[in-house]
Each structure stands twice: as structure tokens, then as C-alpha cells.
Design a protein around this ligand. Structure first.
Ligand code: FAD
Length: 577
């Protein structure tokens, strides 16, 4: 059942599993673990439910969710590498978490990125060969999906499809890839193992509507299970040490509430699982005394387990909009942003037939490219990608002015945007506590674009965007660089442009990374258990040992599916899973 306030929660239930955070990973775990009627599961989620909100359901409206009650509204500290600008961090604050507010791309990454995880954790359970069945459990194809490889897709609850609307860019971008080939070769299906080339976007969209962790993994038939309770609008503030097992502290107690003067506690009999996301999980660990001891002491928190890397290793994909003004007679999505009447007409079409431009996200075609072999970026720093099936940079093609930067949408004109990103970044940031107040926002220091490799890779991505737009099928739009992009014609001026406009692709990961049991780096072992602690698990994007060279939500779903099986196997004897 779903409860909106703490006082409604039944007092006589003994919960076996308490899941902290009902986001992308949390919904998967709650669904799978509560399938066993012999266990009681509690999810505590800080936000409310998406409840058929229009901007959640309509794929094209996803950017309108920024800054709403569905968003935690985080902001980084000023970044020297970005001319001392701050970076906005959107994070889902609702059942379903960031899968409810994200830009819908659904990619499981290359085979060699998963094999890289197996190497990094020294555990073959994360290799593609072993993880594939768990990916298959996450999602299934929905219409339209012609051209995709059916055997590369599974039968899970998240619906995945290709663009449902023919924009001015779909065919020209794909045909350009087919024409040029090489690094720009056409990619038939992103979810078939090779994550390089140029191909159609695959989105978590079914019947023209968003498919997220809440709608796919937590429909009312699951949420109403007798052995599953979901407490909304409530923040977990701390885990409480309950015991010591084989000399290691156990944290089965959970403190939660809506403000510092009204906090409650519950104790799980089997496990507490942290799924509060890349910032929430590290924050709760530190508030519980698990983190860098000296830092915790400075904030007045009693250190219980010295875990220096909690909050460290923050890795993200920098995102840069490259705007081009095009021939004014062309149809782009710009009027849908600038003109409320045009938007209302499109919405009426979406409401009645689930057709039109609103059925897709902003970007309709993607490129995931390896750097040229002679790239100056690769020489000094080596190849940071997971392998030849993985990219270094990404290009997203949007048929209008894509509002990801501080630049306001121009009041007139017709545009296309090529969003460029670095997907194998070497920059590393961190997240720390601002204070011991669990309701205070953390300090996020992203370090985006601080490493010279990332700057050089971004400059190459900008050059690739220009090269593609100059090819015959795209040159017909007469794309002309807009704003300061006009002056970005050399390596140095491209980097200067990037420093001015780079934002986050909202893919932060790694603040409680998995590593081999004996490794001095990392926070978790390869079964997602916090090292030096008994039985405390982390299941979300903070556990990633390295950032995938793709959009990460499908990787989170897959990680959580695998985690559910690890947990079931751990408790097989007691609960007969
Ligand atoms: C704007 C945006 C666009 C994105 N675009 C894409 C995309 O197109 N494709 C893609 O693959 N990925 C995308 N991502 C990234 C992807 O959505 C995330 O990586 C993924 O959903 C993270 O899953 P998670 O389970 O780690 O965390 P989340 O899904 O964020 O879940 C964490 C949950 O914990 C809750 N929580 C946090 N702290 C507490 C607390 N103290 N107490 C109780 N609850 C708490 C939160 O409210 C949230 O519900 C995007 C993300 C954003 C924000």
C-alpha cells in the first residue's frame, strides 16, 4: 500500500527489508523482493508520486520538469573549469526517481563496458555474458521499433521504442551516416552490443507515453501487495547501528521523518538497502558515520566506519549545446516552445491519438563516436573508453533550440541543436556534506571539463558536429552557427565556447563505487555490500565502478535486477526465495 504521511504507516509490521529511496533502482527492488509473500518490504521515498502528471507522461515535455516539485533542485559549487559557473543538477524527487524526469534515452551500453566492470570489480557476475539475462528482465520493445534486432531485447516491464514522429532531421542524419560511414557508420540497434556509430534514438516510451520505474515496476497491482508498504513524502535522515556481526557494525535501524523535530525509527530484520541515488545515498552514509572520518568529525558527526571514498569519484558526462540557425521555412519544434497556441494544438493531438511531435524527446538521432585514432586527446592520456565497442563522445541531434544552457530560447528564428558530450570522461568530482543537518543540500563539486582529455574530446565532438552538418543532406538546411559558436573555429576557441556553455547531461555516478573486496579504493564489494560493515547494501547509480559510455538508466535497472537476485540468494534459506 502507499502511505502519504508517517502517521498512516501501520505500527505492527515487522519489515524484513527497508529500501531507502523509491527511485529507479528502488522500484525494481521493491517489486522483485515483495514478489515473495513471506517477506515484508518497506520503501521510504522523499517525494510523492508522478500520478499521471502531464509533463511526466508527454515525452517532449520532459524538460519542463526541471525545477518543479519532482526535482531535488541541486546546484554545484562554482566550477573553475567552467569560468566559475555553477552547474544545475536535476534529480527525481518522486516515486520512480530520476526515471520520471529524465530525457528517456534507454541504452544498456556496449558489451565491453560490462566486461570492464567485471575486470574492475574482479567479479565475472558483472560481465556481459552473465548480466545479459538481467538486462532482458528490464524492458521490452513497444511500437514503433522497425529495424531493431528483436533478439537483443527482452520481456521486462519498461517499454522501449524508436522515434514515432518524422522530424526534418531523422532521415537526413541517418542517411548521412550511411553515406559517410567509418567513424560515423549507421548503427542499427544501440542495445545489441556495439555502442558506436549513428542511429535512431531508443526511448523508454510506449504508445507515445513515458515508461518509467513507477509506471513499469510499481503499477497499482504491485504497490497494493499486502506485504509491500511505500511511505511517501518522508526523508531518511540516518541509519542507526544496531549490532556487531563478526566484529563489523550492522546498521539495521533507519531514522526518518519530514523535519528534524519529528523523526521516527524502524528496524529491518534482514537488510537495509540504500537506493537514494548518487547524492542521497552518499549523504545518508556520511550522516550515519560511514565516510571520511576526519571530515565527519569536523562536521560534528561521530565517525563509526572510516570509508574515505564515500562521496568521492563523482563522474558525469559534460553536455554542450551547439546551436545553428537554419532556413526559416523549415519546420522545427521551436514554435512548440515559443507559441502556446501551437503547443495546445499539439497537445490535443497527443491526447486524442498519441501522435505528433510530442511523442518523442527533443533529440531524435544520436551519434556515439570513437575519437579519430590520431586524436591529440588520446596521445597523452591513453584510451579511457571500456574498449573498441564503446565511444568517447556523443552527438544528439535536436530539431529545434534545445534549452539545456543558460541561453534563453530566442523569440524568433528557426534552429537545430547538436548537443555534444564526452562519454568517457577523465574528470572526477566529489560530493560532501555541507553540515550535519540531514535536510541541508550536499556540496556538489562536479569538476566537469576539468581534465584536458575531456576538453580535447569536447572540441573534437564540436568539430564532428560541424563536419556532419556540412555534408550534402544536412547542408540543405543552411545551418549557420548561432551566437558565440560563430567564433569557435580553432581548438582553443572551441574549448573557450565549451567552458562558457557546458552543462551536465545529468548522468552523475560512482559516489559509493564497487571494487574488489581487497582493494583499497571503492566503497562497496562486488555484491554491493558496504565494506567494513555487516549486511548494508547500496543499489543505485552511486555503486557504478565506472561511468558507462551511454545514458545510464538501463544500466541502473539492470544493476537493480541483478541486485534483487543477489539479495534473494543471500536470504534463500530464511525466506525460501
Ligand atoms: C534531467 C535528467 C535527464 C536524464 N536523461 C537520461 C536519459 O535520457 N537516459 C538515461 O539513461 N538516463 C538519463 N538520466 C539519468 C538516469 O535517469 C539516472 O541515472 C537514474 O535514473 C538514476 O537511478 P537511481 O536509482 O540511481 O536514482 P534515482 O532514480 O534518482 O532514485 C533515487 C530516489 O531516492 C530518493 N531519495 C533521495 N534521498 C532520499 C532520502 N534521504 N530519503 C528518502 N528518499 C530519498 C529520491 O527522491 C529518488 O526517488 C537523466 C537524469 C536526469 C535527472
Amino acid at each position: 500500500k502507499i502511505y502519504s504521511v508517517v502517521s498512516e504507516l501501520p505500527e505492527d509490521v515487522n519489515y524484513d527489508f527497508i529500501i531507502v529511496g523509491g527511485g529507479t533502482a528502488g522500484c525494481v527492488l521493491a517489486n522483485r523482493l515483495s514478489a515473495n509473500p513471506r517477506v515484508n518490504v518497506l520503501v521510504i521515498e522523499a517525494g510523492s508520486t508522478p500520478d499521471s502528471a502531464l509533463n511526466v507522461e508527454v515525452p517532449f515535455f520532459a524538460p519542463f520538469l526541471k525545477g518543479t516539485t519532482f526535482d531535488w533542485n541541486f546546484t554545484s559549487v562554482a566550477q573553475p573549469s567552467l569560468n566559475n559557473r555553477t552547474v544545475y543538477y536535476e534529480r527525481g524527487h518522486t516515486l520512480g526517481g530520476s526515471s520520471v524526469v529524465n530525457l528517456l534515452a534507454f541504452n544498456r551500453g556496449s558489451n565491453d563496458f560490462w566486461d570492464h566492470w567485471a575486470t574492475l570489480t574482479n567479479d565475472s557476475q558483472w560481465s556481459w555474458e552473465n548480466i545479459e539475462p538481467y538486462y532482458m528482465r528490464t524492458s521490452q520493445l513497444a511500437d514503433p521499433h522497425s529495424g531493431l534486432i528483436p533478439s537483443a531485447h527482452g520481456d521486462g516491464p519498461v517499454l522501449v521504442s524508436t522515434p514515432g514522429f518524422e522530424t526534418i532531421l531523422n532521415e537526413p542524419v541517418i542517411d548521412t551516416a550511411k553515406l559517410i560511414g567509418g567513424r560515423f557508420s549507421f548503427q542499427t540497434d544501440w542495445n545489441a552490443g556495439n555502442f558506436t556509430g549513428i542511429g535512431y534514438y531508443q526511448g523508454a516510451i510506449g504508445n507515445g507515453q513515458r515508461s518509467d520505474a513507477a509506471s513499469a515496476y510499481m503499477p497499482s497491482s504491485i504497490a497494493n501487495r499486502k506485504n509491500l508498504d511505500i511511505l511517501l513524502n518522508t526523508r531518511v535522515t540516518q541509519l542507526i547501528q544496531t549490532d556487531k556481526v563478526s566484529g563489523k557494525p550492522a546498521f539495521l535501524g533507519v531514522k526518518f521523518g519530514t523535519n528534524p523535530s519529528d523523526l521516527h525509527t524502524l528496524t529491518a530484520s534482514a537488510e537495509v538497502i540504500l537506493s537514494a541515488g548518487v547524492f542521497g545515498t552518499a549523504q545518508i552514509l556520511m550522516l550515519s558515520g560511514i565516510g571520511p572520518s576526519a571530515e565527519l568529525q569536523r562536521l560534528g558527526i561521530t565517525p563509526l566506519v572510516d570509508a574515505p571514498q564515500v562521496g568521492g569519484n563523482l563522474t558525469d558526462h559534460p553536455l554542450l549545446p551547439n546551436y545553428f540557425q537554419i532556413d526559416g521555412t523549415t519546420t522545427t519544434f521551436d514554435p512548440l516552445i515559443a507559441n502556446l497556441t501551437t503547443r495546445a494544438i499539439a497537445l490535443a493531438e497527443w491526447n486524442s491519438t498519441r501522435t505528433g511531435r510530442l511523442v518523442d524527446a527533443n533529440a531524435v538521432a544520436l551519434g556515439f563516436l570513437r575519437l579519430p585514432e590520431a586524436s591529440p586527446a588520446l596521445r597523452p592520456y591513453g584510451d579511457p573508453s571500456s574498449g573498441p565497442l564503446s565511444a568517447h563522445i556523443e552527438l544528439l541531434f535536436a530539431d529545434g533550440f534545445s534549452a539545456v544552457s543558460s541561453l534563453a530560447h530566442p523569440t524568433d528564428g528557426t534552429y537545430i541543436t547538436v548537443l555534444t558530450a564526452v562519454v568517457s570522461p577523465l574528470s572526477r568530482g566529489s560530493m560532501t556534506l555541507a553540515s550535519s543537518d540531514p535536510f541541508a543540500a550536499p556540496i556538489i563539486d562536479t569538476q566537469l571539463l576539468s581534465h584536458p582529455f575531456d576538453q580535447a574530446a569536447m572540441a573534437q565532438a564540436m568539430l564532428d558536429a560541424e563536419t556532419l552538418l556540412a555534408s550534402p543532406l544536412l547542408a540543405i538546411f543552411n545551418p549557420s552557427p548561432y551566437g558565440t559558436l560563430q567564433g569557435a573555429t580553432t581548438f582553443d576557441s572551441r574549448v573557450a565556447y565549451a567552458r562558457n556553455l557546458t552543462a551536465s547531461l545529468n548522468h552523475p555516478v560512482g559516489t559509493a563505487a564497487m571494487s574488489p573486496t581487497s582493494a583499497s579504493w571503492g566503497v562497496l564489494d562486488s555484491n554491493l555490500l558496504v565494506k567494513k560493515v555487516s549486511g548494508l547494501r547500496v543499489v543505485d547509480a552511486s555503486a557504478f565502478p565506472a561511468i558507462p559510455e551511454c545514458h545510464p538508466q538501463a544500466v541502473v535497472y539492470t544493476l537493480a535486477e541483478r541486485a534483487a537476485t543477489i539479495i534473494e540468494e543471500t536470504w534463500q534459506a530464511k525466506y525460501d526465495y
